[in-house]
Write a protein that binds this ligand. Structure first.
Ligand code: ADP
Ligand code: MG
Length: 217
């Protein structure tokens, strides 16, 4: 479902070159849940950004289902990201001026994929029914991340990408939030790629991979 081949990326900033990815290969099957670890600065976020089409690789190929990212213009990659991918970040990234309910519906509405029955199921499973009228600043970190996961999954994406989604949560909350994410990923059948520093959390997914010296081992 996700296929990454020979992916390379070098950053050029202030006359300096940083070779981050040296030929990354990765496959994720539909419904497969993969944990990505690697030391700070090893390129984990870079890899997620490239898969999400937020940045362009220097070389190599990324395909998601039948779409080849490098063949798409910027608008096409944005459409693919909106319609087929769910993104979750460490900082939650909810829209402060929107209620929980409107945050949840945000991506699916823009994508034209709002599904009322699925929305209700997400609200129920994520335990958000009592919080729909609140605003992000009125939520705990764990509650905010549950909303972010719901927003990302509302489009029933092909792939959920999460960059250290539990990095700002205490251990017990991290366990709860990840358990919900795993259940919902199983329910939708999408792939799941999660960056985490926690070996304990990584062990709860199907497969563990490591980024080191620009390659996946
Ligand atoms: P990780 O998420 O594994 O901590 P990143 O992917 O964020 O690592 O960064 C990998 C390397 O690329 C680091 O050395 C970082 O400083 C560098 N880097 C990341 N983004 C940029 C950028 N936009 N410009 C220049 N260098 C960058
Ligand atoms: Mg990172």
């Amino acid at each position: 479902m996700l296929r990454v081949r020979d992916l390379t990326k070098t950053y050029r900033a202030a006359g300096e070159e940083v070779l981050v990815l040296r030929g990354v290969n990765l496959d994720i099957a539909a419904g497969e849940r993969v944990a990505l670890s690697g030391e700070s600065g090893s390129g984990k976020s870079t890899l997620l950004h490239l898969i999400a089409g937020l940045d362009r690789a220097d070389g190599g190929e990324i395909s998601l289902a039948d779409a080849q990212l490098s063949d798409l213009p910027d608008a096409g990659r944005a459409a693919l990201r909106r319609d087929r991918l769910g993104l979750v970040f460490q900082q939650f990234n909810l829209i402060p001026s929107l209620s929980v309910e409107d945050n949840l519906k945000f991506q699916s509405r823009i994508a034209g994929r709002h599904d009322a029955a699925w929305h209700s199921e997400l609200v129920e499973r994520l335990g958000l029914s009592g919080l729909l009228k609140r605003y992000p600043e009125q939520l705990s970190g764990g509650q905010q991340q549950r909303v972010a996961i719901g927003r990302a999954l509302a489009v029933k994406p092909l792939l959920l990408l999460a960059d250290e989604p539990t990095g700002n949560l205490d251990e017990a909350t991290a366990d709860d939030v990840l358990a919900l994410a795993r259940d919902l990923v199983a329910r939708t059948g999408c792939g799941f790629l999660m960056v985490t520093h926690s070996a304990r959390l990584a062990a709860t997914l199907d497969r563990q991979i490591h980024l080191h010296a620009g390659l996946i081992a």
